[in-house]
Design a protein around this ligand. Structure first.
Ligand SMILES: Nc1nc2c(ncn2[C@@H]2O[C@H](COP(=O)(O)OP(=O)(O)OP(=O)(O)O)[C@@H](O)[C@H]2O)c(=O)[nH]1
Ligand SMILES: [Mg+2]
Length: 473
């Protein structure tokens, strides 16, 4: 029996104690393991964020400058939330002692203030830069305005100089240009008016003078009829009265209604205002265009010349010389090129350049050649394709030395082209100036200009009253 043997209870006691010790050790171990596990779940309190990290956060709270400017340029969509300056992130403080927390809060407040000041400075800088930009733009605008003003002043000065030059180069007066005509049929009329009284013999002489005066049979008859009845009724017994009656009738005939101003130009609203210049060869078309271009420029309008006379080799060159002289651009085709296409290009160029007046020269072979008239009709049609309503004016240039032949030419050109105005050239070289009366009477076309010489200023705007005065005085 274990109880009866003294060694046995001791052995038992030893084994019991060992077992207990083992159990106790196990229990301690378990407690330790449990404690460790429990500690593993509990996180240590967060340490305050290091300074570098805060600064990084703060920096991260600000947008890069470029992005900010972009954001400012974009309209901001309302979010409903008030916008506020981003604040640096807050740091957990659960386990912090109050002194440390206070120090950290103060530090945060300082940084916030620093951040606010920085933003304020940035805003002020941006404002300053915007003002600078505005100031720069204003200065540029003012400089541009000054440049434009100076350019306009220079243009006006150049025009004034051109005007003065043209005046200095003053040509002949119409009266001087009509000197030969005055010495011709007008001188013969003058001797009639010098007689003591008007009688049948006076009438017969008047008839003879008028019918040989290059004014045409129709017009001579009309003038004669106008006075004959009055003479018969003894209403015109005084030669002075007869002269006055004839003068009044001639002035009435040459006063064809016209839209031209006192400068002879009839430039309407269309731009470019396109003028087709026609006439037989040698009548003075190219010279007239050159003189007209100078007149248009002197009046402050821009002009472009179109060398539509491609039949004659030197015609284009002649026009180019005029263009250079007045400082106007000139559109010229190759010699022998299609005149319609050259005129088309000239008008198109005029449109492209925003030129105010385009003057187109045309060929002037003999009017008796039908193909020329057909060609000119085509030129006119094609011009209309380059600008609406072009040509707005068809000027017919007539050489007054041709006398009554000029009337026949005018009729043909008018039928083919619908002439809107006449230019009578070379009056200075002929006694046949009376042709103007016949043309006006027969065609009812206004004479726009009278050429009395080769200088620019020798192209005189036609004034019916001045014309009659030049003939009679
Ligand atoms: N005396 C005088 N000569 C003029 C006048 N108008 C033109 N002329 C001269 O007449 C000549 C012929 O003039 P142009 O302008 O070449 O005549 P055009 O009609 O162009 O001739 P083509 O090109 O051959 O068809 C030139 O020598 C001009 O100087 C004028 O009013 N008086
Ligand atoms: Mg010519």
């Amino acid at each position: 029996m274990a109880f009866s043997s003294p060694a046995l209870p001791l052995a038992l006691a030893w084994s019991d104690a060992g077992g207990l010790a083992v159990l106790a050790a196990l229990a301690v171990l378990l407690v330790l393991v449990a404690l460790r596990l429990a500690r593993g779940h509990q996180k240590p309190p967060a340490a305050p964020a290091p300074q570098a990290e805060i600064e990084k956060e703060l920096a991260g709270a600000q947008l890069p400058e470029a992005e900010e400017e972009e954001a400012e340029a974009q309209p901001v969509k309302p979010t409903g939330k008030p916008t506020s300056i981003p604040t640096p992130i807050s740091i957990p403080t659960a386990t912090e002692p109050s002194a440390a927390r206070q120090a950290r809060e103060e530090e945060e407040a300082r940084k916030k203030e620093e951040y606010r000041r920085k933003k304020e400075a940035e805003r002020a800088e941006k404002e300053r830069r915007a003002q600078e930009r505005e100031e720069e733009a204003r200065r540029a605008r003012e400089a541009e305005e000054l440049r434009a003003r100076q350019a306009e002043e220079a243009r006006q000065r150049a025009l004034e100089e051109q005007r003065k030059k043209a005046e200095a180069e003053a040509g002949q007066t119409l009266a001087a240009g009509l000197a030969r005509t005055r010495g011709g049929f007008m001188a013969r009329l003058g001797s009639l008016f010098a007689g003591p009284a008007v009688d049948d013999r006076t009438l017969a002489e008047l008839e003879e003078v008028l019918f040989t005066a290059d004014i045409g049979v129709k017009t001579a008859t009309r003038l004669l009829e106008a006075v004959r009845e009055k003479v018969r009724r003894k209403e015109l017994t005084d030669p002075v009265k007869l002269k006055a009656a004839l003068r009044a009738e001639i002035e009435r005939i040459v006063s064809v209604p016209t839209s031209a101003g006192p400068d002879g130009l009839a430039i309407g609203a269309a731009r470019p205002w396109v003028v087709m210049v026609a006439g037989v060869n040698g009548s003075g078309k190219t010279t007239t265009i050159g003189k007209l271009a100078a007149r248009v420029q002197a009046g402050g309008r821009s002009v472009l010349l179109g060398a539509g006379d491609t039949f004659r080799a030197a015609a284009g060159e002649q026009l180019e010389i005029w263009a250079e002289r007045v400082g106007a651009p000139c559109v010229r085709g190759k010699d022998g090129a299609d005149p319609a296409s050259v005129c088309f290009e000239a008008v198109k160029e005029g449109v492209a350049r925003g030129v105010e007046v385009v003057l187109c020269d045309t060929a002037g072979r003999l009017h008796t050649k039908a193909p020329l008239m057909e060609e000119l009709k085509k030129v006119k049609r094609v011009m209309a394709k380059a600008a609406e309503g072009a040509p707005h004016e068809v000027l017919l240039v007539l050489d007054s030395t041709n006398g009554q032949n000029a009337i026949a030419q005018a009729r043909q050109f008018h039928e083919a082209l619908g002439v809107t105005g006449l230019v009578l050239t070379k009056l200075d070289g002929t006694a046949k100036g009376g042709v103007i009366i016949g043309i006006c009477d027969e065609l009812q076309l206004p004479v726009r200009f009278a050429g009395v010489g080769e200088k620019v200023a020798d192209l005189r705007p036609f004034d019916p009253h001045e014309f009659v005065a030049a003939l009679f005085e």
